[in-house]
Design a protein around this ligand. Structure first.
Ligand SMILES: [Fe+2]
Length: 288
């Protein structure tokens, strides 16, 4: 599959207020922060020093409380208590002596709100923001290049399709499955979402593809065909739309809007390096 990767993107990855401290933003700056996130899809704050609780408090104060996607582990005595708080996930391999990597499944392209199907009362167009705080960053990925997280601009992806293809896709929807119940066809919750989705705040059209377990309407009984449809569509997107790779520095917090971007983590050698990243996901209850 052809893929063009860039480290500078016209829209994604804008740095917000260089030199600011996330815990000390004024009300007006928080409003600007949200506007910037909706406008750019992915924004970055650099050189932050936070505890897990402070990251979570910012998420709740800014977007509203939500338990979506939160799972709680008991406090781990081998990990710095400042990095632990209920509802904040620790990704990577925080314990030096183990090479077990948490969150490995995230190396495939996906939207983090693919788990919405198992949440009652929320439609697939709900705004779901993820914040990922890089505490310790491996100096290189498995390919010897800088450690990155990759993003695809799904508004740009829609705009890059031919008018005819856009019109075809606008007439159909896909069923989305929770990644925690990955077997299509089994008796698990699914939710319908138009392939061409309109953003709740910006009103811009973009593609929402979910993952390769998503099933196009009309293909419910033809799962092989559904998978092929998804793979061909995603391949077309990847051929035409450059991938933005965020190069991590310790202290970066990357925020992304899952209604506008897909993302994929990239592998690193856990025998050589440690990675610690704190993740908070939150439903936005303030914009709609
Ligand atoms: Fe993810």
């Amino acid at each position: 599959m052809q893929q063009q990767t860039v480290q500078q993107h016209t829209r994604l990855g804008r740095e917000f207020l260089p030199g600011c401290n996330l815990t000390q933003l004024t009300e007006q700056q928080v409003t600007q922060f949200k506007q910037s996130l909706w406008e750019h899809g992915v924004i970055v704050l650099r050189q932050q020093h936070l505890t897990a609780s402070q990251l979570k408090e910012f998420a709740i104060a800014t977007f509203g409380d939500s338990t979506l996607g939160r799972y709680t582990r008991p406090i781990d005595p081998e990990i710095d208590p400042d990095l632990q708080s209920p509802g904040v996930s620790i990704l990577g391999n925080p314990k030096m002596h183990t090479t077990e990597i948490r969150g490995k499944f995230a190396w495939e392209w996906h939207h983090d709100k693919d788990h919405l199907p198992k949440t009652e009362g929320m439609d697939m167009n709900t705004l779901y923001v993820v914040m990922l705080y890089g505490v310790e960053i491996p100096p290189e990925g498995i390919d010897g290049k800088p450690h990155t997280t990759e993003f695809l601009d799904m508004v740009e992806a829609y705009n890059n399709l031919s008018r005819e293809h856009q019109q075809q896709l606008e007439q159909t929807s896909m069923h989305h499955l929770s990644p925690f119940f990955p077997k299509p066809g089994s008796d698990v919750p699914m939710k319908l979402h138009p392939i061409v989705s309109t953003h709740k705040v910006t009103g811009k059209k973009g593609l929402y593809l979910g993952s390769d377990t998503s099933i196009r309407v009309g293909m419910e009984e033809k799962l092989e065909e559904a998978k092929l449809f998804w793979q061909e569509l995603f391949e077309t997107v990847l051929e035409r739309t450059p991938v933005y790779a965020h190069v991590w520095q310790p202290g970066d917090i990357v925020f992304w809007d899952n209604s506008q971007v897909m993302h994929a983590g990239t592998p690193y050698d856990a025998n050589k390096y440690r990675r610690i990243a704190l993740r908070v996901g939150v439903v936005d209850k303030t914009s709609t």
